[in-house]
Design a protein around this ligand. Sequence first.
Ligand code: GDP
Ligand code: IMO
Ligand code: MG
Length: 425
Amino acid sequence: MSTLVVLGIQWGDEGKGKLVDFLSQKAHMIVRFQGGNNAGHTIVINGHKYILHLIPSGILNEEKRCIIGNGVVVDPAILLLEIERLKERGIKVDGNLFISKTAHLIMPYHIALEREMEKSKNIGTTGRGIGPAYTDKISRNGIRVIDLYFPDLLLSKISSNLQVINFLLEHFYKAEPLDAREIYELYLSYGEKLSKYVADTEALINNAVEAKQNILFEGAQGTLLDIDHGTYPYVTSSNTIAGGVCTGSGISPLKINKIVGVTKAYTTRVGEGPFPTEIKDSIGDYIREKGGEYGATTGRPRRCGWLDLVALKYAIRVNGLSGLAITKLDVLDGLNTIKMCIGYKYGDKVFDSFPKELEVLNGCEPIYKDLPGWDISTGGIRDFEKLPKNAKAYIKEIENLLQVKVQIISTGQGREDTILLDEVF
Ligand code: GDP
Ligand code: IMO
Ligand code: MG
């Protein structure tokens, strides 16, 4: 019985949803601890595709308790829609989903503000209001799930926030102001609809720890998008690394047993920001098309590049990984040569650690090691020994250079297209 964290160690979209769904078969409880509906986690079961933005990817397994923890920012309109869509597809949500009382809410003014800010900042956000919602949380202007059940307090918080925000919208951004009463009434109605899911999730999680249940923490985004440790300012507004699990759920660091980092067999990034191993020629397009590299949340084409071991070593360090999961190996099928970045060159300097300076990261050239590709399909292979020789060598080389055990390999979108090399729970 243990607690397991599964998180992305690149720039997001590593295939966390697929793996969390797979690993949930052995979990009692699955917890989201940060981010919001900027996440898009894709799960394919028997050819049926589900994209989850807020609800933990464990929900598709029967009778798993799924928790939206205090560290998540919740857009109630999106959450209600997600609940409805799952129910329409016959998934049991009531009784299995719990939303933290103390999670902060994304308000319509967060989305309006982000739309205006993005025009000059150009971070390439998902436009879901994530940054402004976390800004309000940190500056103590946030509205929490629990506030939905105190109408007078709710109205006064919305009104006082809008005094400042409407001034900005109207006079600085030259945009339409928003109406406090309208938002208040809308959010009261969301509160009514969500009330049956609202819970003291910190207590639920710690009780499950006491009861020695298997708890799976599902990361959103990836390490290089972490607000403190990512490629700031081209990051999201939460702590995506393992440290975020504790603050975002209320569990003690001493109670976390295992941390598995998920990486693609190559690299992708959506939105702006440095990306040393980005491939700008036809091989990049080949990977994008073969890997279906279009955002699960915004539909934007993802930038594609080679695996970056310098970045991964850094991610292994800040997360303290106990194991690795490598996804989308099948996407590399058919390539003659596969490159992996083992160092960076910047001016006349060569180094193998991930630089903190954005200028260096933007200006460095990757040093590649070439490995031979394979032309046999790996799609859907479930047994390591059945992989082509060069695919096995590729995995072994990653393991060797990173010095972390590869515990899972994914060879397709489907739940079953998975090679489990080691029990992770
Ligand atoms: P997440 O945000 O980390 O959950 O990842 P996304 O769902 O945004 O993106 C990963 C995409 O790759 C989804 O379309 C998955 O269905 C797909 N995927 C995951 N693992 C594999 C794999 O091993 N092979 C292939 N071909 N697709 C995969
Ligand atoms: P999952 O959980 C990939 C990126 C955005 C943008 C930056 C900031 O599916 O892996 P935000 O809206 O969070 O303020 O945007 O972060 N981003 C993601 N990229 N996968 C995600 O989530 C992402 N969530 C945010 O593209 O560059
Ligand atoms: Mg995604």
